[in-house]
Design a binder for this molecule. Structure first.
Ligand SMILES: Nc1ncnc2c1ncn2[C@@H]1O[C@H](COP(=O)(O)OP(=O)(O)OP(=O)(O)O)[C@@H](O)[C@H]1O
Ligand SMILES: [Mg+2]
Length: 262
């Protein structure tokens, strides 16, 4: 499979562009625009700034990799960009809606069926089977044939024989694939995935990467991926690096190893 997106290889950003800008050769509308997002938390007596004034735009159909060391703030950023968490400062616009104007229910309604999320720790419900976990997003966005749709997605991630298993009866990599199936079950426009191949062996990881990019190519699904996996990052249109809560750099793909991790 080609690693090239349907739009073809993109040029690196120029000096005039901020790190988080959509590359100038992409003219499609943004699905997401983050304007100076900050996230501060208090931990005991101390106040900690996890993300500093972070701005980022992502165009429809783009695939963006976010790289960075452990603790850089990648998962925190993904949660903010998906509207699962709220920023301390700044504004996030998702599908043209300013999230600060919506309450939690409004944000959930905006995401329902349109946004899929693969959590770093999967967040499967322990009392539900693999099939029931995958069906959960369909309850928020009902459609006909829910069971068949969920079973189809489990088969696509290679778990057609594990539909009745509870999460504790699945390996870590199998749970991760259930989480991937759950993220895609509503045919979302935008998928966030936090290290979606982190628990997979290279062959299974490659299958999941192929699945992600075939959806990006065929359905135009926008992908925003956090990864340490250079094979995955190389497939993305754009690679950005987060360092101590700041979006530091556009990462040229030729600096990523063929098989290595950062
Ligand atoms: N609720 C919180 N309270 C205090 N500190 C937090 C909180 N959430 C995250 N942090 C801190 O913020 C930093 C960024 O965390 P985050 O989980 O976003 O990192 P990450 O880049 O995803 O790391 P990893 O690659 O290990 O998953 C970490 O130092 C973490 O300890
Ligand atoms: Mg993380």
């Amino acid at each position: 499979m080609s690693s090239e997106s349907p739009q073809g290889e993109r040029q690196p950003t120029t000096d005039q562009q901020a790190v988080g800008d959509v590359p100038k050769n992409i003219v499609r509308h943004p699905v997401l625009h983050a304007d100076k997002l900050s996230k501060k938390v208090t931990s005991g007596e101390r106040s900690l700034t996890i993300l500093h004034d972070l701005s980022l735009s992502v165009a429809a159909g783009e695939s963006v990799a976010i790289l960075g060391k452990s603790g850089a703030g990648k998962s925190t950023l993904l949660g903010l960009l998906a509207g699962l968490d709220t920023p301390s400062d700044g504004e996030l616009t998702l599908f043209g809606h300013a999230l600060s104007r919506l309450d939690e229910d409004g944000r959930a309604a905006l995401r329902a069926g349109r946004v899929g999320f693969v959590f770093q720790n999967f967040q499967l419900l322990p009392t539900l089977s693999a099939l029931e976990n995958v069906m959960l997003p369909l309850e928020l966005s009902p459609r006909a044939g829910e069971t068949q749709t969920a079973a189809h997605w489990l088969a696509r991630v290679g778990l057609g024989e594990r539909v009745e298993h509870l999460p504790k009866q699945l390996s870590g990599g199998e749970q991760q694939r259930v989480a991937v199936a759950r993220a895609f079950v509503t045919d979302p426009e935008l998928v966030f995935a936090d290290e979606p191949t982190g628990n997979l062996d290279p062959d299974t990881g490659a299958q999941i990467i192929d699945l992600l990019f075939s959806l990006n190519r065929e359905a135009g699904t926008t992908l925003i991926l956090v990864t340490h996996d250079h094979a995955l990052a190389r497939r993305c249109d754009r690679c950005l690096r987060l360092d101590h809560g700041r979006l530091e750099a556009f990462v040229p793909k030729d600096t990523l190893n063929e098989e290595g991790n950062q």
